[in-house]
Design a protein around this ligand. Sequence first.
Ligand code: PGA
Length: 246
Amino acid sequence: MPRPLVAGNWKMNGQKAAMDELAALEGALSSRAANCDVLICPPFTLLGAARTATKRFSIGAQDCHFAESGAHTGDVSAAMLKDVGCDYVIVGHSERRADHGETDTHVKAKAEAALSQGLTAIVCVGETEAQRDAGETLSIIHSQVAGSLPKNANAETVVIAYEPVWAIGTGRTPSVEDVEQVHTAIRSQLEQMGPELGLVRLLYGGSVKPANARELMGAANVDGALVGGASLKASDFDGIIDAYRS
Ligand code: PGA
């Protein structure tokens, strides 16, 4: 079994005062160890401060450009993320795919940029509600995984997050059976692609809360969570991490 990962995605939330939440989380993890890795992905502006604030968990960004440097106003490269102390970067989140027109081709290029800098890429996939209603979930996920994974992906360099678009920020989640069906399909797709992909961590994301974390994290082939809203407060996030405390 891969070691689980619980990752918080702060999205476009958090200013300097949010470092208090990181300090609280650091305290919670030192007093009650958990059987998982923990990652926080704050906005770009807080990456340096977050890195300085903690030794107990990893720091990641929410996006990167695929180029190493150059004339790309407003963008941030994987090399810059590495330089500021990041360990991970999320690529292909559905909000990036929807708001910025990112396709699998872009996501793959960004993931390859991340790997080239020694960062672990968290590659996000997920179906819309219309796709689920049309019975297309498994085929959509299959093509996103096939199209978005970087060259040289393996269990160290890549994490996959399955996030149904309709479950993000809505308070709605798929049933445990539905999550298991998708995760098991991704697992067998990865095994067919190569033995080095068999133990890639598969996170579930979309309205994970303390109240549902244990059930969702207990599903077959679920190796952790990607958490949005409930990662902003240390007490909520720590309540999700509880799924990996006995
Ligand atoms: P949510 O977001 O937990 O607020 O639903 C999850 C995500 O988008 O990563």
